[in-house]
Design a protein. Sequence first.
Length: 474
Amino acid sequence: MYKDLREYIALVDGIGALRRIDGADPRFEIGGITEVAAGSPEQPALLFDNIKGFPAGFRIFSNATTSSQRAALALGLDPGLRPIDALKAWKERRSKLTMLPPVEVKEAPFMQNVQIGADVDLHRFPVPTWHKKDGGPYIGSGSLVVTGDPGSDWVNASIYRVQVHARNRVTVQFDHLGRHGAIIAKRYWDQGQPCPIVIVNGQDPSLFISGFEYLPEGASEYDFAGAIKGQSIEIIRGPRTGLPIPAHAEIILEGKLLPPSEVTLPEGPFGEFTGYYAADARPAPVMDVEAVYYRDNPILFGSPPLKPPRFHFGLPFRAAGIWGNLEAAGVTDIVGAWQHVSQLMTVIALKQRYAGHAKRAAMIAGANSYMGRIVVVVDEDVDPSNLADVMWAVTTRCEPSEAVDIVRNAWSSSLDPRIPPEARAVGATSHSKMLIDACKPFAWKDAYPPSSALMPDEAAEIADKWKHALNPQK
Ligand SMILES: Cc1cc2nc3c(=O)[nH]c(=O)nc-3n(C[C@H](O)[C@H](O)[C@H](O)COP(=O)(O)O)c2cc1C
Ligand SMILES: [Mn+2]
């Protein structure tokens, strides 16, 4: 498996999925190219060099894991797997992972270049302004934010966006106060102390995936990344904070997150994963950047939120979580789970065994679908990862007057663009969810007009057997 981001980029290049781009402008253009590439059929990863206004070698890597193939590669799965099989393989591995704590090493390449105190200058990096109406440049669009609990040895390392405001000032944005970074920071602030903090940019993709996982309080994303790789993450201790830092990362910011009672800065707006700006600039905690370390020819890792279906991860990892939730709740015969429209629509495929089986799955999936307004349940002959097939089932098996339910006051967030202004003003961010039962009605499913189409496994077998004739160029 890859040791660091550079080895991962070489693997991506090896499967022909890397494009190199010279001369782009970090203000809007790199974001624009990233969005166009993420929406194109090949969805290539991008390595920008000779960035306008910056020395050669100061690079930016984007669209790291946006295709299903590269999401599989990042997990160490065969990138040739069909997406639904890759997600299934991940769901199975994920349920059996053993957390693996990091190991300390003596040296880190990012100590090749050190800026301390008055030397700190984030403007030396080509920090992109990703979208046109963004409030400023974001060095953290996929960076790990590392904090340590003052009362225990819990180290949290998850992803929160980081905006640059001045040469040594950035803000960190917690979506809500339940974020682990926010919980830990508050424990320092309540004692009148700033919170020691490290921002890690250009970590390897196992840490990017881990930083997005919902882990329980007290669990470390470093241990989960080690479990993904089957090998401990190598760390060194930050000279100022003592916090563990992945030794092979590219660019590190070390310092303190100041108590908001002392200072905040207006953060955002920032284009969100829904494809909107749901919130205007809001006050956010400020990090005083005391030191910056970076590798020679550093690679800034960027994963800006983009209009759906473009998403940070080409496999819907949250759907793997929901699939696991269904099994844990005792719902049998689930054959697949997927999310479309960047997590905003959840689909479950199952083999109906009893009346109410499909609705049972729909309710559990709906309860756990963050911000998702649409949940669909389909029979086992429908591939949940294929949106056209899912809509075929909806239009030919679902009688809306009988098989659609609306659940009110369900889980969404302030990022939801359809929360009405008056609700948003009082912090009410719930929405309703439509549960669509697109399965054949259980009572007469065996008398349902038979489908003329191949079963998905039959289609896959034929595609494999005749691939030379069907895709002569490959
Ligand atoms: C690219 C990317 C950007 C994200 N940006 C934010 C953010 O700005 N604020 C936030 O609270 N969560 C953000 N998230 C979601 C969190 O990383 C995710 O929910 C994580 O599980 C939170 O970890 P925690 O439980 O340790 O707080 C982002 C996720 C990704 C993949
Ligand atoms: Mn956490």
